[in-house]
Design a protein around this ligand. Structure first.
Ligand code: ADP
Ligand code: MG
Length: 280
C-alpha cells in the first residue's frame, strides 16, 4: 500500500482540531491500523471513530455534571448497607435510581435522626441522576439561605434563582438544624415554590413534620412548604442508631464517656470492655 502523503496527515489533523474532534484526532491512526488489519471498510472506520468521540464527550459531560453538583462526598447507593436500615424499602430506592421521579417532577423527603444515612442516600441518588444526564445541585439549607440573602443584598437574586431554575434536581440537605431568619425562611420558601412541579427536590431533615414550624418560624409558610414538597413525593424514613456510632462501636473505638454524652447507650456487657480504650 502507498504511504499517505505527509501533507494529508497534517491537513487531517488540522481539520479535526478545527472541528473540535479531539478523540478522533488522538485515535484515528490506531483505529485506521486496526480497520486495515480486520478488513473494515471506510464507513466502518468512520463509524468507529465517531463512536469513540461520542463516548468520550459523554464521559466528560458526566464529569462536568458531577463537579457542578458540588456533592460533599462520593457516596453511592451501591455503598449503602440496606441491612443496617431494614425499615427502608430498598426496591423503592433502586427504582428511584432510574430517575423517573425527576422526569415526573416528584420530590423525595428523607427523614430521620443524625447519622442514619440521609445525606448518603441523597448523594447516591444525585450521582445516579448525573449519570443519566440530569443537572443536579446539592446544597445545605443554611448555606443556601446565606447565598440567597447575599444575592438579595447584591441585587443578584433573580440571576441566582434563574441558575437554580435550570436544574433538574435540587438537593436541600439538613433542613432544620438551624432556625432560619424570617427573611431567610421566605427566600427558602420562594425557592421551593418555584421548584414546585418544575424541578425535583430532595430534602433531608431530622425534623418530624410537626416541628417544621419552629424552623420556618411561620405556620402559614410551613403549611405551604409542606404542601408543595409533599405533593407527589416519596418519603423515606431512616431510623435507629447513628451508623457512624454503630460502626465506631463495632470497632470499639468510642470511649463510654463520649457515648453517654451523646445519649447512645451501649449494651451492658460491652461497656466495661470499651471504657478507657484509646480511640483507634
Ligand atoms: P445523616 O445525613 O442521616 O446525618 P449520613 O448520611 O451523613 O447521615 O451518614 C453518616 C455516615 O455514615 C456517612 O459516612 C455515611 O456514609 C455512613 N452511613 C450511614 N448509613 C449508612 C448505611 N446504611 N450504609 C453505609 N454507610 C452508611
Ligand atoms: Mg446529613
Amino acid at each position: 500500500m502507498k504511504p499517505r502523503p505527509v501533507t494529508n496527515i497534517v491537513l487531517l489533523k488540522h481539520h479535526l482540531q478545527a472541528l473540535k474532534l479531539p478523540t478522533i484526532l488522538a485515535e484515528c491512526d490506531k483505529v485506521a491500523r486496526q480497520c486495515r488489519g480486520e478488513g473494515v471498510d471506510h464507513l466502518g472506520f468512520l463509524l468507529q471513530v465517531c463512536e469513540l468521540e461520542l463516548i468520550e464527550r459523554e464521559r466528560k459531560a458526566a464529569e462536568r455534571r458531577l463537579k457542578g453538583a458540588r456533592l460533599p462526598a462520593m457516596k453511592t447507593i451501591a455503598g449503602f448497607d440496606f441491612g443496617a436500615q431494614p425499615k427502608i424499602d430498598q426496591s423503592l430506592v433502586m427504582n428511584l435510581m432510574n430517575c423517573e421521579y425527576i422526569d415526573n417532577k416528584e420530590n423525595i423527603l428523607l427523614i430521620g435522626t443524625a447519622g442514619t444515612g440521609k445525606t448518603h442516600l441523597a448523594t447516591g441518588l444525585a450521582i445516579a441522576a448525573c449519570a443519566r444526564g440530569k443537572r443536579v445541585r446539592f446544597v445545605r439549607v443554611t448555606e443556601l439561605v446565606t447565598q440567597l440573602l447575599e444575592a438579595r443584598e447584591q441585587r443578584e437574586l433573580t440571576r441566582f434563582k434563574n441558575q437554580l431554575s435550570k436544574l433538574d434536581l435540587l438537593i436541600l440537605d439538613e433542613l432544620g438544624y438551624v432556625p432560619a431568619s424570617k427573611v431567610g425562611a421566605e427566600l427558602l420558601f420562594d425557592v421551593i415554590s418555584t421548584a414546585y412541579e418544575r424541578t425535583s427536590v430532595i430534602v433531608t431533615t431530622n425534623l418530624p413534620f410537626e416541628q417544621w414550624t419552629e424552623v420556618l418560624d411561620n405556620e402559614r409558610l410551613t403549611g405551604a412548604v409542606l404542601d408543595r414538597l409533599t405533593h407527589r413525593c416519596h418519603i423515606i424514613e431512616t431510623g435507629g442508631e447513628s451508623y457512624r456510632l454503630r460502626d465506631a462501636r463495632q470497632r470499639r473505638a468510642i470511649p463510654e464517656r463520649v457515648r453517654s454524652a451523646l445519649g447512645t447507650g451501649a449494651p451492658a456487657e460491652q461497656k466495661s470492655t470499651v471504657e478507657g480504650q484509646p480511640a483507634r
